[in-house]
Design a protein around this ligand. Structure first.
Ligand SMILES: NC(=O)C1=CN([C@@H]2O[C@H](COP(=O)(O)OP(=O)(O)OC[C@H]3O[C@@H](n4cnc5c(N)ncnc54)[C@H](OP(=O)(O)O)[C@@H]3O)[C@@H](O)[C@H]2O)C=CC1
Ligand SMILES: CCCCCCCCCCCCCCCC(=O)[C@@H](N)CO
Length: 326
């Protein structure tokens, strides 16, 4: 009987103790960052996820600037957001590959509270067949473009956070392709994995400036860019990556919620939560409950991850056999 009590005590006490330790380790604690009246600048804000974020931020009373290349698409987005929210967004027609233009546009846009580096390009193809040009283009836009934006905005954001004494945020749009590499996404995945390293290091560098960093990991999402990308997908890529598509508005809502809480890792659906646990590594974590789930779930999610890999290798094998058979 006594040992039963001891066992029960252990089952209840040990997790509580762990939670207590994690409450101490999870730092800095979640923040409340309100968008109302703040300046939110979103790259790639003229289409898809960026456009949905721009619309939602505007409807929460933020002053929104959207940055992208095509002026006609920017103008159309401005019109659409104006009609939906009554808010007048500023538009910046810039290619993120060109640092000088990015820098100038950011200067002109004025102090930024929330920077969302969301722009991105993606083309799936086996590495063996993908043009070097297309590989470089994805690196230049997704990775270098993000460096350009952050480099251009950071000094002003630091100063602004100091002046306003309000929390600020830099959000970076990764992808589930930045958590697991799959068939056909070699180049794209590399750019999205790279953003993780950047975000983790940046988190250290701005933590004392009251600037939060969020890294967002959407699954396949219904957007104009996605509609183009799937046309070119190989069958294998399609079978592995077709894990439930989200709507741009749903992803935007998850992303903005993450930003408003200062969450570092922002998954967008259930598989995303599993991926976040499986790949938690040394991510900073500001929620003790989140940390608890990661510590407890790590081993099990490793197992689930291996099950997925087993399934994926099976798909590749089957496809290979079919191709060689026909
Ligand atoms: N849709 C999906 O399935 C997923 C998307 N993501 C990521 O989310 C982000 C947005 O994707 P999504 O909404 O689908 O994309 P879209 O293709 O619908 O929109 C991309 C946006 O980025 C802008 N953009 C592209 N290249 C540049 C450039 N060189 N300089 C400035 N702006 C640029 C585009 O405008 P313009 O062409 O006028 O420059 C457009 O506003 C990307 O980073 C993507 O990798 C992540 C996971 C899944
Ligand atoms: C441990 C549990 C594991 C759970 C497995 C989850 C399955 C992951 C599938 C990855 C799909 C990646 C889609 C990205 C699409 C994208 O980024 C677009 N831009 C391109 O289409």
């Amino acid at each position: 009987m006594a040992s039963l009590y001891l066992l029960l005590l252990g089952i209840i006490l040990l997790p509580l103790l762990l939670l207590l330790v994690l409450a101490f380790l999870a730092w800095p604690t979640p923040v409340k960052l309100q968008l109302k009246g703040r300046h939110v600048l979103i790259s790639g804000g003229s289409s898809g996820i960026g456009l949905a974020m721009a619309r939602q931020a505007a409807s929460e009373g933020a002053h929104v600037s959207i940055l992208a290349r095509n002026p006609a698409k920017l103008e159309a987005a401005r019109e659409a957001i104006g009609q939906a929210t009554g808010s007048d967004v500023s538009i910046l027609s810039v290619d993120v590959q060109d640092f000088d233009s990015v820098s100038k546009a950011i200067q002109d846009a004025g102090p930024i509270d929330v920077l969302v580096a969301n722009h991105g390009v993606y083309f799936s193809q086996e590495l063996e067949f993908q043009d070097l040009q297309e590989i470089k283009f994805q690196v230049e836009v997704n990775l270098m473009g993000t460096f350009h934006l952050i480099k251009a905005a950071l000094p002003g954001m630091k100063q602004n956070a100091k002046n306003t004494n309000l929390p600020a945020s830099i959000a970076i749009m990764s992808s589930q392709s930045g958590q697991v590499g799959i068939y056909g996404f070699g180049a794209y995945s590399a750019t999205k994995y790279a953003l993780r390293g950047l975000a983790e290091a940046l988190r250290h560098e701005v933590v004392l400036d009251n600037i939060y960093v969020s890294l967002i990991f959407p699954p396949g999402t219904e957007t104009p860019g996605f509609a183009e990308e799937i046309k070119r997908r190989s069958e294998v890529t399609n079978m592995i990556a077709s894990s439930g598509c989200m709507k741009a508005d749903e992803v935007a809502e998850k992303a903005l919620n993450g930003i408003k809480c200062g969450t570092f890792i922002v998954p967008c659906n259930f598989k995303g939560v599993m991926l976040a646990i499986a790949t938690a590594g040394l991510y900073p974590q500001n929620s003790c409950v989140g940390a608890f789930v990661e510590v407890i779930g790590a081993g099990f999610m490793r197992f689930v991850g291996l099950c997925f890999q087993w399934k994926w290798f099976g798909i590749i094998e089957k496809y290979h056999a079919q191709r060689n058979g026909s």
